[in-house]
Design a protein around this ligand. Structure first.
Ligand SMILES: [Zn+2]
Length: 375
């Protein structure tokens, strides 16, 4: 099969935004394109947790024109770009070598099949759902379609990604009624004649979709709709999505004593050490996870009846609180709970690129190191 010859930074940025919508990111975050020309051609991509000077060096070595990182390259505003410190050297070198950088941070944490789903799967959690459902980025589309054309319009909407509610897809609702209109001069009405008030049997179709898909959904709907002027409404919804959010909670197949579960976490994440805090009265069965720094989710873990929260960056007072409230805390480290993203994101992008017949090689960064060590 013929492969598409040219993939650009902006194509990959669009794909990342489709998989991990930037609308899911925290307000304080800086996700998406960090540096580089959106129109630059990409043949190889390097996927990593952090962008450092050695990452850009590795990108040069493997011939990657784009780096995709979890932690944003530019987080605080840069006051100057000069090779005088690590951040400056990294940006300076990337610019000189024309290597673009895209970051997917809290959007990757929250999204379906993102970092926290990968972490939960790695720890063998079953029946997982978000620990904190905090995102309301859904839109409702209402469109009026002449009788007989509803299936074509609905099909177009579903193909564009509308109609997904939790584990259900192709969700919609419709009612019938009478629509009225009068075409002005120069119109070519699908039903009736210009200048004549016309009534037509129409169906009111309703469906929902994530706001990030709005452009695609509306374009596909308009293409499948027979009217030259389509009547439709878009409403922002305050509903919280059940499929995305910070952290995940799930259950273990077999309940374990806390030290045994801690051993299992060490093995699953390839760690030699981790820190234990808090306490667990009985066995560990229900487990909450949050990659990176998730101690702010202690309340959510308690509310949802978790026996243990696995995260990183646990502070003294978090540990104290967990002990008082009867929640076990496993601090597997910020790096320890996030480094797995390189492997999973590389695999996922490789699959999607193949589906799109993109001629693109995705390479995982090797040799990233936890800045902490144990002695
Ligand atoms: Zn992190």
């Amino acid at each position: 099969m013929a492969k598409q010859s040219t993939v650009r930074v902006q194509d990959i940025g669009g794909l990342i935004n489709q998989l991990y919508p930037s609308a899911l990111a925290e307000d304080w975050d800086n996700v998406g394109l960090q540096l580089g020309d959106p129109a630059a051609v990409v043949e190889r991509v390097l996927v990593c947790l952090d962008v450092e000077e050695k990452t850009i060096a590795r990108a040069e070595e493997v011939g990657a024109q784009l780096v995709i990182s979890h932690h944003p390259l530019i987080y605080r505003p840069l006051k100057k770009i000069a090779p005088l410190d690590e951040a400056g050297r990294t940006v300076f070198r990337a610019l000189r070598q024309e290597i673009a950088v895209i970051s997917a941070h809290t959007n990757l944490d929250r999204a379906k099949d993102g970092l926290n789903d990968w972490l939960a799967t790695r720890l063998s959690l079953q029946q997982t759902s978000p620990l904190e459902q905090s995102v309301a980025d859904l839109l409702k589309l209402v469109v009026f379609v002449p009788a007989g054309h509803q299936d074509a319009v609905l099909e177009a909407l579903f193909i564009a990604g509308a109609g997904v509610i939790g584990a259900y897809d192709r969700c919609s609702f419709r009612t019938d009624g009478i629509g009225s209109f009068r075409g002005g001069e120069g119109t070519v009405p699908f039903i009736g004649r210009p200048g004549e008030r016309t009534e037509a049997e129409e169906l009111r179709i309703e469906t929902v979709f994530p706001a990030a898909l709005a452009g695609k959904v509306v374009a596909k709907m308009q293409k499948a709709h027979p009217y030259e002027e389509v009547a439709f409404d878009l409403y922002p919804l305050a509903n919280q999505r059940s499929d995305v959010g910070l952290g995940r909670i799930g259950i273990l197949d077999t309940a374990l004593e806390l030290p045994d579960f801690a051993d299992q976490v060490k093995q699953a994440l390839g760690l030699e050490h981790l820190r234990l805090a808090g306490r667990c009265a009985g066995l560990v069965k229900k487990v909450a996870v949050c990659g990176g720094s998730g101690a702010s989710l202690i309340s959510h873990a308690l509310r949802q009846g978790a026996d243990c929260l696995v995260t990183g960056d646990v502070k003294y007072h978090d540990a104290q609180r967990a002990r008082a409230e009867g929640l076990a805390l496993i601090d597997a480290g910020h790096f320890g709970t996030e480094i797995l993203m390189g492997k999973h994101l590389s695999e996922k992008l490789t699959r999607v690129a193949a589906d799109r017949q993109w001629s693109l090689e995705i390479i995982e960064m090797i040799g990233e190191e936890d800045p902490f060590s144990w002695i």
